[in-house]
Ligand binder design. Structure first.
Ligand code: CA
Length: 312
C-alpha cells in the first residue's frame, strides 16, 4: 500500500499547483514513504523520523514591526471580498487526497462574519443544487487572500478556535502566489494543521523541493494544546530572510532555517505567498480513522488575522 502511494507520488509530482501532492506528502506520510523506499517495511519502520525542526524558545511578534494588513472581522455578513476570495476549483472533480468536502463560495452557511469573528462552518449535507457539486456529503469553505494580498517575509498572527471531531481537518497555511506555481518547488508553509483523530496535537510544517527529494528529514514539528477546541489561541509565523519560525501564544515550537546556499530547492521563501484558511473533511490524513458524522456542524472561529513587516 505504501509503495502504491510512492508510485502515485512519482506519477503526479509534476502536476503544478496540486495540494493533493502536499497532502500525500504530509510529513507523517512522507516518512512512511521514505522509510518504505529505504528497504524496510511499513510494518516495522513506520515510526516517524525525528522532528528536526523542533525548537522551544520565546517567539512573538517583533515589537517594532508595523502592522501592514489585517482583518478584524468587524462587519457581519460575508467576508470582505477585497480581502478574501474562495477556492472552489476542484469541487466537481473532487478535492485532492480523497478529501470529502464541497467548498462553497459566498455562502453564509459556510463562511460569515458573526460577533466579530470569521466563522468557517462545516456541515454534513449534500449541496446537489450547486452546478459544480461533485457528489460530496459535506460543505465547508476555503478562504484565500490570493490576488488580494500576498507577502514576502513578515509576522503573521491568526487568533482562532479550531473545529474538532474525528475526520475534521482545519488548516491555516500559505502557498506561493506565482501564477505558474509548482508544488513543492515554490514552497508551502503550514502555520497550523490539526486532525480530529489526534485531538490536541498541532502541526507546523514546511515543504520545499529539497525536503521531498533529497532529504529524509522531517521539516515539521508538533506541540500539544489541551483546549484548542474550546479556547482561542494565537497561531504565529515569523518569516524573515533567515528563517521561518512557527509558534503559538508567543512560544515557538518549529523553525526552518535558510541554509544560505541561495538555492530555491531548499529555500524558495524569497517570493510572495498568500494565506489560506480552510476546514477539510476526511482525506488520507484527516480521514485516516474515518469521519464521525455526529460531530457536525463544526466551526473554525477566527477573531483576527494580522500581518506585520519589518520596517523598511
Ligand atoms: Ca475580531
Amino acid at each position: 500500500m505504501v509503495a502504491g502511494v510512492a508510485a502515485a507520488y512519482a506519477a503526479i509530482v509534476l502536476i503544478p499547483r496540486e495540494d493533493f501532492v502536499m497532502r500525500l506528502l504530509h510529513p507523517l506520510l512522507a516518512s512512511l514513504i521514505l522509510t518504505a523506499c529505504g528497504g524496510g517495511t511499513a510494518a516495522t519502520n513506520a515510526s516517524p523520523a525525528p522532528a528536526a525542526g523542533a525548537v522551544h524558545d520565546a517567539g512573538g511578534i517583533p515589537a517594532d514591526w508595523p502592522l501592514v494588513w489585517s482583518d478584524e472581522f468587524a462587519v457581519d455578513g460575508l467576508p470582505d471580498p477585497a480581502k478574501w476570495g474562495y477556492e472552489t476549483f476542484r469541487n466537481k472533480q473532487g478535492w485532492y487526497n480523497g478529501e470529502q468536502q464541497y467548498y462553497s463560495s459566498e455562502r453564509l452557511k459556510n463562511s460569515r462574519i458573526e460577533d466579530g469573528k470569521l466563522i468557517i462552518e462545516t456541515h454534513r449535507e449534500s449541496l446537489e443544487s450547486a452546478s459544480d457539486w461533485g457528489g460530496q456529503a459535506y460543505t465547508s469553505a476555503r478562504l484565500v487572500t490570493n490576488r488580494r494580498a500576498t507577502w514576502t517575509y513578515g509576522a503573521f498572527e491568526i487568533r482562532a478556535k479550531l473545529p474538532c471531531g474525528r475526520g475534521v481537518w482545519p488548516a491555516i497555511w500559505m502557498l506561493s502566489s506565482k501564477s505558474s506555481m509548482r508544488w513543492p518547488d515554490d514552497g508551502e508553509i503550514d502555520i497550523m494543521e490539526h486532525v480530529g483523530h489526534d485531538e490536541g496535537v498541532v502541526h507546523a510544517s514546511v515543504h520545499t523541493a529539497a525536503y521531498n527529494h533529497t532529504k529524509n528529514t522531517q521539516k515539521t514539528a508538533q506541540t500539544r494544546l489541551s483546549d484548542l477546541c474550546q479556547a482561542f489561541h494565537r497561531y504565529q509565523l515569523i518569516w524573515t530572510p533567515e528563517a521561518l519560525s512557527i509558534g503559538i501564544d508567543d512560544r515557538n515550537y518549529f523553525r526552518f532555517v535558510n541554509d544560505g546556499e541561495d538555492e530555491k530547492e531548499t529555500w524558495p521563501f524569497n517570493a510572495p505567498q498568500f494565506l489560506l484558511l480552510n476546514t477539510a473533511v476526511g482525506g488520507t490524513w484527516g480521514g485516516m480513522k474515518g469521519v464521525d458524522d455526529s460531530v457536525f456542524p463544526v466551526r473554525m472561529e477566527v477573531d483576527y488575522v494580522r500581518v506585520w513587516q519589518a520596517p523598511k
